[in-house]
Design a protein around this ligand. Structure first.
Ligand SMILES: Cc1cc2nc3c(=O)[nH]c(=O)nc-3n(C[C@H](O)[C@H](O)[C@H](O)COP(=O)(O)OP(=O)(O)OC[C@H]3O[C@@H](n4cnc5c(N)ncnc54)[C@H](O)[C@@H]3O)c2cc1C
Length: 607
């Protein structure tokens, strides 16, 4: 059987959903092949979207025309803006998801999408034509032909699920792994590595006395993720907080020799910033309590997620340590925690548009590139979908740089530095975070989404009107005085907020302008942080200069004898597109960059 289309997306996780939607919306006939369509957009770990830096990624995906923000707005059950007491650069939205509704809603949107077909199959191998991709072959024996393929297989490639000393193939608990595709990736010259991640036990909410625990409520007025959502209408419910204690730690410590993380059974490297409870107790031996958030998995679900106690200890030890925690003494474990090890492709083997260097038309996105997290996966997914579509349309690739978006930081880090452990996004990874705020993602990126046809004309016009209002308001504040001081100067004072200005008796015009909240917010941030923003913009200009000093892709680093061996090897492996990117490769020194600059200038001179 032969199925022809233009783009194939392998995998229906968070990367696959965004990739498939973007490509189909750009008018490309797309087929999404996934092991089980019932698990499309599954949240195998935390039932939440967003969080520090991840929230920025979701807002950026939305500004480009992606789906994650809209789906969480429709299915979220507790919204919180994090870090509201800190500056706007580090504020991030987060929402608990009703994970069952989330899955259902994302699938409904995929099924309603023109140009998009969903197929159930397990992709076993790649079809190639010389150095170009030609399609894939499924375990069913079906052949699917296409000019571009995007692989988004998450934790499934040779996935191995560990609980205590039990170890069996699986992409996630209860789901089969993809055993054959790794060999096909190796056969085209890709190198593969091994990573690991883990998840905590899920408990039966009926067995927990919540009145004994500390509740944590969401924001009074939940703020939507998507720039196109007017308000959140889902009912909102609280999470609860409890803590581990010295008794819990003793049980875990006494059983470390039964954890596959410590027996040597697990070989892959785990996420440093999302450690298992075994790791926390070993690494922070002096701490006698770790916080646990008890998070609902859905409005109608009896299962709750225990954020903070990811583990792969044997079931009996999980029971014992969970029961040692206040409020969980009689909790029934519905699903035990586990760890999963899987193959990934060290991402210096992909280019900044996420196409592999080994095979034209083959793109990789999501956890297969060494990342961890739904948002990181979705961000790469939309970029791979756009780039695969642009390639088929004969257009240049779409690459966001580090000064434009967290998505740019994420992909640049992956393709330039690579990663040896599951990579997750942090605000500290972004150099220009005062510019890359969650509140201005639309102003930074929507023009691209509109250019690709992923943002509708009415949405684009709404943004243009917002820009115009911001400009008018800023001019008004600059030009109008109150008791001899410009309104702009008054707003710059720490204790003044925009609403105070409208209260100043003589400023009727500001009241009459009836400015929407998002306009007032933009003006206030721009005015208050103007000095810092200007400084960062100057840094961006210097950065852009380095980024425009292009290095030709065919450059033979072996012919630059002044470079040290290590630098030559690293530059040949990453093949940076610019001197800026070259300077970010770990192990490349400023001296190496100067040598390259002199060489390139000489070459340009020699012609
Ligand atoms: C146990 C566990 C714990 C986790 N813990 C954390 C954590 O602590 N912190 C964190 O940030 N993230 C965690 N994650 C990671 C998070 O789930 C992923 O980062 C995110 O879901 C990756 O998205 P993805 O789209 O790349 O892949 P996934 O969401 O894994 O989706 C992969 C999709 O591809 C399909 N597929 C795979 N192989 C094939 C094939 N050969 N043919 C067809 N279809 C295929 C699968 O069926 C699935 O639909 C955890 C994941 C698991 C499983």
């Amino acid at each position: 059987m032969v199925n022809d289309c233009d783009i194939i997306v392998v995998g229906g996780g968070h990367a696959g959903c965004e990739a498939a939607l973007a490509a189909a919306r750009m008018g490309i006939h797309t087929v999404l092949i996934t092991i089980d369509p019932d698990t499309i957009a599954q949240m195998p770990c935390n039932p939440a979207i967003g969080g520090l830096a991840k929230g920025q990624l979701v807002r950026e995906i939305d500004a480009l025309g992606g789906e994650m923000a809209k789906v969480i707005d429709a299915t979220g059950i507790q919204f919180r803006m994090l870090n509201t007491s800190k500056g706007p650069a580090v504020r991030s939205p987060r929402a608990q998801a009703d994970k069952h509704l989330y899955k259902k809603e994302m699938r409904r949107r995929l099924e309603a999408q023109e140009n998009l077909t969903i197929c159930q199959d397990t992709v076993d191998s790649l079809l190639t034509r010389g150095s170009k991709i030609a399609g894939v072959v499924g375990g069913s024996g079906a052949e699917y032909r296409a000019d571009a393929v995007i692989i988004t297989t998450g934790t499934f490639l040779k996935g191995l699920v560990h609980i205590g000393d039990s170890m069996e193939p699986g992409g996630r608990a209860g789901e089969s792994s993809a055993e054959n595709l790794s060999d096909s990736l190796r056969a085209i010259g890709l190198q593969l590595g091994r990573l690991k991640t883990g998840t905590p036990p899920r408990l039966d909410r009926k067995t927990i006395p919540f009145e004994e625990l500390t509740p944590q409520y969401g924001d009074k007025t939940p703020q939507p993720f998507s720039f196109s959502t007017a308000e959140i209408t889902q009912p909102q419910i609280p999470c609860h907080i409890t803590f581990t204690n010295p008794g819990t730690h003793r049980i875990i410590r006494d059983n470390l020799n039964r954890s596959p993380l410590y027996t040597g059974q697990i070989k892959g490297t785990g996420p440093r910033y999302c450690p298992s409870i075994e790791d926390k107790i070993s690494r922070f031996a002096d701490k006698d309590a770790h916080q646990i958030f008890i998070e609902p998995e859905g409005i109608d679900s009896d299962e709750v997620y225990c954020n903070g106690i990811s583990t792969s200890l044997p079931p009996s030890v999980q029971e014992e340590f969970v029961h040692s925690i206040r409020g969980l003494e009689r909790a029934r474990i519905v699903r035990h925690g586990y760890a999963v090890e899987y193959d990934f492709v060290p991402p210096t083997q992909v280019k900044a548009d996420l196409e592999t260097k080994a095979m034209e038309g083959l793109f990789l996105a999501g956890q297969i590139n060494g990342t961890s997290g739904y948002e990181e996966a979705a961000a790469q997914g939309i970029m791979a979908g756009i780039n695969a579509a642009l390639k088929l349309q004969g257009k240049p690739p779409f690459i966001l740089d580090r000064s434009e978006a967290y998505i740019g930081v994420l992909i640049d880090d992956l393709v330039t530095k690579g990663t040896l452990e599951p990579y997750r996004m942090f605000t500290s990874r972004a150099e220009y975070r005062l510019i890359l705020r969650q509140d201005n993602a639309d102003r930074r990126l929507m023009r691209y989404g509109h250019q690709f046809g992923l943002i509708s004309d009415p949405q684009w016009q709404a943004l243009e009107e917002k820009e115009s209002l911001i400009n008018q308001t800023r001019a008004y504040l600059r030009e109008n005085l109150y008791r001899g001081e410009s309104l702009e100067k008054i707003l710059r004072k720490t204790e003044t907020h925009f609403d105070h200005l409208t209260e100043l008796g003589s400023q009727h015009k500001l009241q009459a302008m009836r400015l929407p909240q998002d306009v007032r917010e933009q003006v206030e941030i721009e005015v208050k942080y103007e000095g810092y923003i200007q400084r960062q913009l100057a840094q961006v200009e210097r950065f852009k200069k380095m980024e425009t000093l292009n290095i030709p892709s065919w450059l033979d680093y072996g012919k630059i004898p002044e470079l040290a061996n290590e630098a030559r090897q690293k530059l040949s492996c990453v093949r940076p597109a610019s001197l800026g990117q070259a300077s970010r490769i770990s192990g490349i020194s400023p001296a190496d960059v100067s040598i390259l600059l002199v060489y390139l200038r000489g070459k340009a001179h020699r012609g």
